[in-house]
Design a protein around this ligand. Structure first.
Ligand code: 6R9
Length: 654
C-alpha cells in the first residue's frame, strides 16, 4: 500500500468537474445558504418533486429532549409512487426504469422494465392489495428476494398509502414474526424461494413458520418466483402474480400528507429489541432524490447501480426511491458478488454499461482477495463514479477500488449515513470536494455536524478534534419516530446529548475540516456492512437451554470489517465441546439469521463484572481484539482472576 493512499488528496478530473451538478464554489454557496436559512433553501429544493397540494410551511422541528418533534413540508400533499413513476411516463415512458439482473445469468435473462411497465405492474399489485382490504395507514411486511416484484410492492404500498416494512430475506422466521407483530401488519408479501448465489432460501416456508406466531388474520401474498413447490394455506395465501394478471392495469394514487409514514425499517440498537425506524413521505423523498442526483452526480440517461439489498435502507433510498424519483435507470441485482464467479460485479457493469457503481467496503475486500484479474477481464469504461457505504473504507480497499475498478479516473464517494438519516449525511460531492481515502469528507446540504466531548457533552469547536458525532438541527430525510414508541425514540437519539441528534458514531475532524468516522461508540457492531446489536446476539444465545450467560463484542475481521466474538458461560452441568460450538452457531442462525452467526465462541467460566453486576465490555473487547496488554482500569472488577482466565483461553490469537 502506498503512503499516498493514507495521506493523499484526490480531486476529480477537470473534465468531471466541468460536467458536475455542483462544483466547489456552488457547494460552498449552497451549503452556507442551507445552514443560514434552511427554510428558504428547502422551500426551493422541495420543489424538485411533484406536490398535489404545495406546501406553505417548510420546517418545523425541535430536538429538545422531552418534546422532540420533526415535521417538514407539513401542509403539503403528494404521492410518492406517482413521483417515482407517473410523472416520468409522459416524457420517458419507454425509458428503462429498472434493469433486473437475475442471480443466475446462464439460465435467466436480464429484464428491462420501462417506466410505462412499472406503472402497470405497480398498479396491478396495488389493485390486488386494495381488493384484499389493504388501505391507507395499514402496514404490509415485505419479505422478498431482490426481484422486480419487491420494487412493485414498495411502490404499490406507497400508491395506496399503506406503510411497507421490508424485512431482509436473510432474516429468520423468528425475526420476521417479531417485525410483523411489532408493526401489527395486516399482510406479508413474500415469494416461494429466494435464489442467491445458486442456493435457494425457502421464503414461503419461513413465512409459514413466522405466521404461526402472528395473528391469524395476517394475509400472505406469495410471488411464485422460482415456481418450486411450496405449501399453500387456502384461506390465507394469495397467488400474487395470478391476481395481478387479473387486476386492472391502472390504480389511481392516494393523496398523502407529507408527514404520513412511507415505511418502517427495523434496525439494530443497543438493546435486544430492534427499532422500527419511521420515515415519512415528503421530506424523505426530497432528500433521497437530491442526494442520489448530487452525491452520485447522476445525469439523465445514466445507468445507476447500487448493489445493496432492498432489505436495508441503502436499497430503499438508492435502488428505489432516490433513483426513480429522478427518472433514472436503476439496476436491481438478485445475486451475490462471487456467483457464478468473482467477476460477477464487473460482468454486470460491462453488460449494462453502468455509469455509477455503489457498494460496500466488505464486498470490495472480499473481491480484492480474489485478485485483480477478475476485474481486468471486463470493459469498465462506462464507469464515471464509484461509491462506498456501510463502514469506513480502509486505505487498501480504497486503493484497489480506485486503481482496478475506477482506473484512477472515477471519484470515490464515501457516504456516511444511517437507517435513521434517510440519505447521505457526510459525503464528498464529487465535483466539489477532493477526496481523502477513508474520510466521508464534508456534510451534505442542510446537515450540521458537531463533535462533542463524550464525557462533558460540550461542543469541541476547534477544527482538528475528535469525539462523538451529533447533528445540531433537522434535515428533511430524518426519521420522525420509532414505530409506536416516541419515548424510546427520544431516549435513543436525543437523551444523551441534549439538543442534538446523536448518531452513535465516534468521529475525528482534521485540520481541513474533513470528517473521519471512527466507528460506533455504543453496543452496535458492523459485520459486513450489516448493523447488528450485540444485545440481539446475546439474547439469542441465552435463549439456548445450555447457555447461562453470554457477552458479545466485535473484533477486527479482515473481510467483514468486524467479526462477532461471543463469550459464553454454560449451565453448570454442561460440558463445552466443539459440537456445542457448532450447535450454538446454528442456533443463532435460526434465531436471527446467518448474518448474526458468531465467528468465535469462547467458553467463559466467568465474565468480568463490576461489583454491581455490570459486564465490563471494554475488557472483553480488548481481549477479543487481542490487545489485552492495555486493559485500562480494572479496579472496579468484582473478581479480577476472571480476566486472566479469559486472556489465557482467548480465541483470536495473532
Ligand atoms: C447506510 C447504512 C449505519 C452505521 C453508521 C456507521 C456505519 C455507514 C459509513 C459508516 C463509516 C461510512 N457507516 N456508512 N461508517 N463510513 N461511509 O449503512 O445504514 O445500516 O443504519 O448503518 O453504519 O457506524 O452509524 P445502517
Amino acid at each position: 500500500m502506498s503512503d499516498l493512499a493514507q495521506t493523499g488528496v484526490y480531486p476529480a478530473s477537470a473534465e468531471f468537474v466541468a460536467k458536475a451538478h455542483v462544483d466547489a464554489k456552488a457547494y460552498d454557496e449552497m451549503y452556507a445558504a442551507s445552514i443560514k436559512n434552511p427554510e428558504a433553501f428547502w422551500a426551493e429544493h422541495g420543489k424538485r418533486i411533484d406536490w398535489i397540494r404545495p406546501y406553505t410551511k417548510v420546517k418545523n422541528s425541535t430536538f429538545d429532549y422531552g418534546k422532540v418533534d420533526i415535521k417538514w413540508f407539513e401542509d403539503g400533499t403528494l404521492n410518492v409512487s406517482a413521483n417515482c413513476i407517473d410523472r416520468h411516463v409522459a416524457a420517458r415512458g419507454n425509458q428503462t426504469a429498472i434493469i433486473f439482473e437475475p442471480d443466475d445469468p446462464l439460465s435467466h435473462e436480464a429484464q428491462h422494465i420501462t417506466y410505462a411497465q412499472l406503472l402497470e405492474q405497480t398498479s396491478r399489485m396495488a389493485n390486488v392489495l386494495k381488493a384484499n382490504g389493504i388501505g391507507k395507514g395499514d402496514r404490509v411486511v415485505l419479505y422478498l428476494p431482490m426481484i422486480p416484484e419487491a420494487a412493485y410492492a414498495m411502490l404499490a404500498c406507497a400508491r395506496i398509502g399503506a406503510i411497507h416494512s421490508v424485512v431482509f430475506a436473510g432474516f429468520s422466521p423468528d425475526a420476521l414474526a417479531n417485525r410483523i407483530n411489532d408493526s401489527e401488519a395486516k399482510a406479508v408479501i413474500t415469494a416461494d424461494f429466494a435464489p442467491r448465489g445458486g442456493r435457494k432460501t425457502p421464503l414461503k416456508s419461513n413465512t409459514d413458520k413466522a405466521l404461526f406466531d402472528c395473528s391469524e388474520k395476517v394475509k400472505c401474498f406469495v410471488v411464485k418466483h422460482t415456481g418450486d413447490q411450496t405449501t399453500w394455506i387456502a384461506d390465507r395465501d394469495v397467488d400474487m402474480k395470478a391476481e395481478m394478471a387479473a387486476a386492472s392495469p391502472y390504480c389511481p394514487y392516494a393523496e398523502m400528507n407529507a408527514e404520513d409514514p412511507l415505511f418502517i425499517l427495523y434496525t439494530s440498537g443497543s438493546t435486544g429489541r430492534p427499532k422500527g425506524v419511521v420515515h415519512t413521505s415528503g421530506g424523505y423523498l426530497v432528500y433521497a432524490s437530491m442526494t442520489q442526483q448530487i452525491t452520485f452526480d447522476y445525469h439523465d440517461g445514466d445507468v445507476f447501480w447500487c448493489t445493496a439489498d432492498v432489505g436495508w435502507v441503502t436499497g430503499h433510498s438508492y435502488i428505489i426511491y432516490g433513483p426513480l424519483a429522478n427518472g433514472a435507470t436503476t439496476v436491481m441485482f438478485e445475486g451475490v458478488p462471487t456467483y457464478p464467479d468473482a467477476g460477477r460485479f464487473w460482468a454486470v457493469c460491462e453488460k449494462h454499461k453502468v455509469n455509477q457503481f455503489y457498494t460496500a467496503p466488505t464486498a470490495i475486500r472480499a473481491l480484492m482477495g480474489q485478485g485483480p484479474e477478475w476485474v481486468e477481464k471486463y470493459d469498465l469504461s462506462s464507469l464515471k463514479l464509484l461509491g462506498s457505504v456501510g463502514e469506513p473504507i480502509n486505505p487498501e480497499a480504497w486503493n484497489w477500488y480506485n486503481t482496478h475498478v475506477g482506473k484512477g479516473k472515477c471519484p470515490i464517494v464515501d457516504t456516511f449515513w444511517q437507517t435513521e438519516t434517510g440519505g447521505h449525511m457526510l459525503t464528498p460531492l464529487p465535483g466539489a470536494i477532493p477526496t481523502k481515502p477513508g474520510s466521508a469528507t464534508k456534510p451534505f446540504f442542510g446537515v450540521q455536524p458537531v463533535i462533542l466531548d463524550p464525557a462533558t457533552a460540550e461542543i469541541k469547536s476547534e477544527t482538528a478534534t475528535d469525539g462523538v458525532l451529533c447533528i445540531a438541527d433537522s434535515w428533511p430525510g430524518q426519521m420522525r419516530t420509532l414505530w409506536g414508541d416516541h419515548e424510546r425514540f427520544q431516549e435513543a437519539y436525543f437523551a444523551q446529548y441534549r439538543g442534538y441528534y446523536f448518531t452513535g458514531d465516534g468521529c475525528r475532524r482534521d485540520e481541513d475540516g474533513y470528517y473521519w468516522i471512527t466507528g460506533r461508540v455504543d453496543d452496535v457492531i458492523n459485520v459486513s456492512g450489516h448493523r447488528m446489536g450485540t444485545a440481539e446476539v446475546e439474547s439469542a444465545l441465552v435463549a439456548h437451554e445450555k447457555v447461562a450467560e453470554a457477552a458479545v463484542v466485535g473484533y477486527p475481521h479482515a473481510i467483514k470489517g468486524q467479526g462477532i466474538y461471543a463469550y459464553v458461560t454454560l449451565m453448570n452441568d454442561v460440558e463445552p465441546s466443539d459440537a456445542l460450538r457448532k450447535e450454538l452457531v446454528a442456533w443463532v442462525r435460526t434465531e436471527i439469521g446467518p448474518i448474526a452467526s458468531p465467528d468465535l465462541i469462547q467458553w467463559a467460566p466467568g465474565l468480568p463484572k463490576t461489583r454491581s453486576g455490570k459486564i465490563m465490555r471494554r475488557i472483553l473487547r480488548k481481549i477479543a481484539e487481542n490487545d489485552y496488554g492495555a486493559l485500562g482500569d480494572t479496579s472496579t472488577l468484582a473478581d479480577p482472576s476472571v480476566v486472566d482466565e479469559l486472556i489465557e483461553n482467548r480465541m483470536n490469537r495473532a
